[in-house]
Design a protein around this ligand. Structure first.
Ligand SMILES: [Zn+2]
Length: 73
């Protein structure tokens, strides 16, 4: 399995190229307005949706991301 795209992080990728921990941090930053998904995608720190790495089976993603699914309706 590939490693997290975050430089120096050896954790396995979980969501959109990031490990679970980094994805949670990123989501927090986005919620706080410190960054945006588009900005992180441009930096290569976040994979585009649908690239396969971050797909979670229906019903399993809810607890991860109750509010960030708003753009995926
Ligand atoms: Zn990481």
């Amino acid at each position: 399995m590939d490693k997290c795209v975050y430089t120096g992080c050896d954790n396995s990728r979980r969501t959109r190229g990031l490990c679970h921990g980094h994805y949670q941090v990123l989501r927090t930053y986005i919620r706080q307005g410190k960054t945006t998904e588009a900005e992180q995608e441009q930096k290569g720190l976040l994979m585009s949706k649908g690239t396969g790495q971050g797909r979670v089976p229906a019903g399993h993603g809810d607890f991860l991301d109750p509010d960030a699914t708003g753009d995926a309706k």
